[in-house]
Design a protein around this ligand. Structure first.
Ligand code: ADP
Ligand code: MG
Length: 355
């Protein structure tokens, strides 16, 4: 339905602008992909200093890595931005060769009910390990927000009693799911989504190490679909490379299976030009392709955010899209809902014209 053969014409399509250090490299001598290790693992930074973005949080962790005496920590933020990586790197830097015996790592796939907290964690905390001065044993609780509040309650006393020998590092998506008493015992480090430029800089490292043939628009598309999530960006890069051996816009959107931004952009353009029927037709096409209303509305929102239009209109559009998104999340994700949104956007545009 939509083919993007002319990459040049599509450049800047997503409203992102970058300066690329190395332009299109379509070397035919790309090596066969190594299927054994996912790139997210292969290129997981092993030092705190190598973590991209979130400078403030990372520099706090660097100070801890240098001086030792790690406080209890909670790292919170959306997925795929380096929380687990930071904790692991910090633990490695603090404990070096003692890592194996002095770190207890538990994530959501391990059983972390009350019994585990009472037995396994407590036993680990009681265990004697000889460490250099200013270093402590570390219990890593990844995805701690999935622990039941009962288990968290059981943890609070353990955290206190053994704090002279054992420190806790928790990672979670929303810090509010950690019970208050634990929050007050911990230093909170917030991570936020990575900027497009930060993701690009890491992608370039991987692209060059793996000799991936690409055009800049392909990377731009990966960054657009990842929306600040480094894990997703690397996974999409690898999926596109192993599927097509070449990273351009068309291949990326085939792999990621999101509504094509160019198509969504056309819908918005039609609304702005007063062609309501055409915009509805474009929407129907997307709907018939089987994209869920949530997919459509999140892409629509990002397109509107990057679209070059009058500020007043843009704000109105974002407001209406936000309301529609809310209603879709409430369960009313019909085609009518989306059409109604287009109608509201058209009205907003009419009002703006009249003012
Ligand atoms: N800030 C970052 N700098 C470099 N690589 C990152 C960063 N964030 C995530 N990654 C990559 O994404 C993968 C997953 O990151 P992870 O730390 O597990 O995310 P989460 O925040 O969900 O715990 C890592 O293996 C790494 O390759
Ligand atoms: Mg994680």
């Amino acid at each position: 339905m939509f083919s993007l053969n002319d990459d040049r014409a599509a450049r800047g399509l997503l409203g992102l602008s970058f300066s690329f250090h190395r332009m299109a490299s379509s070397s035919s001598s790309a090596p066969a992909a190594s299927y054994d290790v996912p790139w997210v693992e292969k290129y997981r930074p092993s030092k705190v200093a190598d973590i991209v973005g979130n400078e403030e949080a990372v520099s706090r962790l660097q100070v801890i890595a240098r001086d030792g005496n790690m406080p209890h920590l909670i790292l919170s933020g959306p997925p795929g931005i380096g929380k687990t990586t930071s904790i692991l790197a910090l633990a490695h830097e603090l404990l070096g060769p003692n890592y194996k015996e002095a770190v207890l790592e538990l994530n959501a796939s391990d059983d972390r009910g009350i019994d585990v907290v009472r037995n396994k964690i407590k036993m680990f905390a009681q265990m004697k390990v000889t460490l250099p001065l200013g270093r402590h044993k570390i219990v890593i609780l990844d995805e701690a927000d999935s622990m039941t509040s009962g288990a968290q309650q059981a943890l609070r006393r353990t955290m206190e009693i053994y704090s002279n020998s054992t420190r806790f590092a928790l990672a979670c998506n929303t810090s509010s799911k950690i019970i208050e008493p634990i929050q007050s015992r911990c230093a909170l480090v917030r991570f936020s989504r990575l900027s497009d430029q930060e993701i690009l800089s890491r992608l370039m490292v991987v692209v060059q190490a793996e000799k991936v043939p690409y055009v800049p628009e392909g990377l731009e598309a990966i960054i657009f679909t990842a929306d600040g999530d480094m894990r997703q960006a690397l996974n999409n890069l690898q999926a596109t490379f192993s599927g097509f051996r070449f990273v351009n816009q068309e291949n990326v959107f085939k792999v990621c299976d999101q509504p094509h931004p160019l198509h969504v952009k056309n819908i918005v353009r039609n609304v702005l030009e007063g062609k309501f029927d055409d915009s509805c037709f474009g929407l129907k096409q997307l709907y018939d392709l089987g994209y869920s209303p949530t997919d459509i509305i999140t892409t629509l929102f990002r397109i509107i955010k990057n679209y070059d239009m009058a500020e007043y209109v843009k704000l109105e559009f974002m407001k209406e899209t936000g309301f529609a998104h809310m209603r879709i999340c409430d369960g009313v994700g019909s085609f009518l809902q989306l059409c109604g949104l287009l109608a509201k956007l058209s009205l907003a545009r009419e009002t703006a014209k009249a003012v």
